[in-house]
Design a protein around this ligand. Structure first.
Ligand SMILES: [Zn+2]
Length: 215
């Protein structure tokens, strides 16, 4: 099962005292979706891994509230200026916290791969929140940043096939069959050193020809 501990710490941006939760253990006994979302038994760490300051709106993975990122004063000032204070009565949608982390990620010049994964997490949370439009919008953002990461050559060679596959899978899940097939076929044309193992090829062909939402 997923277990958490609570810690009282301070916001790295405005110094407000706040309590964050740290994930101590989790599991993936519930299997994995075909867009790589792990399914634990018990509480989902996706919902527990992030925190947001109720005063200034700073959001991040919880460990960065305990061990803050090395942000310059200038960056902190920019983050503070661009964030909307969340407020004690703001909505507590986890999807919005991931989106806020991505917004802050752009300010601290996070990689496109990191931003894509944050938007993918936001999309998964929207699915849990029955927010279909939000889910589609964040999947599109994830696609855009994965495509940028490929275009600027920042994806590790061994991950190239899986990122091509994932872009195809994200297009499939927003109902864009044409682009899904284009990207699945690109994944199928990848060389073995990019991660295109026989098992990967089989999985990609299945998602192209007879797709399923879980592995
Ligand atoms: Zn704060």
């Amino acid at each position: 099962m997923t277990t958490v501990s609570e810690q009282t710490t301070h916001c790295p941006i405005c110094a407000r005292e706040l309590t964050v939760r740290h994930i101590m253990s989790t599991n993936n006994f519930g299997g994995q979706d075909s867009d790589f979302r792990s399914r634990p038994i018990g509480y989902d760490p996706l919902h527990l891994a992030v925190s947001r300051c109720p005063d200034c709106g700073y959001a991040d993975y919880s460990p960065y509230f305990s061990e803050p990122r090395p942000l310059s004063d200038a960056l902190k000032a920019r983050i503070r200026a661009e964030l909307k204070p969340a407020g004690e009565h703001a909505d507590h949608k986890i999807s919005h916290i991931y989106a806020a982390i991505a917004q802050i990620g752009k300010i601290r010049e996070a990689s496109d791969e990191e931003l894509a994964n944050l938007y993918l997490s936001a999309a998964w949370c929207c699915a849990d929140e029955d927010d279909v439009f939000g889910e589609i919008a964040y999947r599109k953002q994830a696609i855009r940043h994965f495509e940028s990461a490929l275009a600027n050559g920042t994806i590790r060679t061994g991950n190239l096939a899986v990122i091509h596959y994932l872009i195809g899978e994200l297009y499939r899940r927003i109902g864009d069959v044409e682009n899904a097939h284009t990207w699945f076929n690109r994944a199928l044309a990848m060389q073995p050193e990019t991660g295109a193992t026989p098992q990967f090829i089989e999985m990609t062909k299945r998602q192209r020809d007879n797709p399923s939402d879980s592995f």
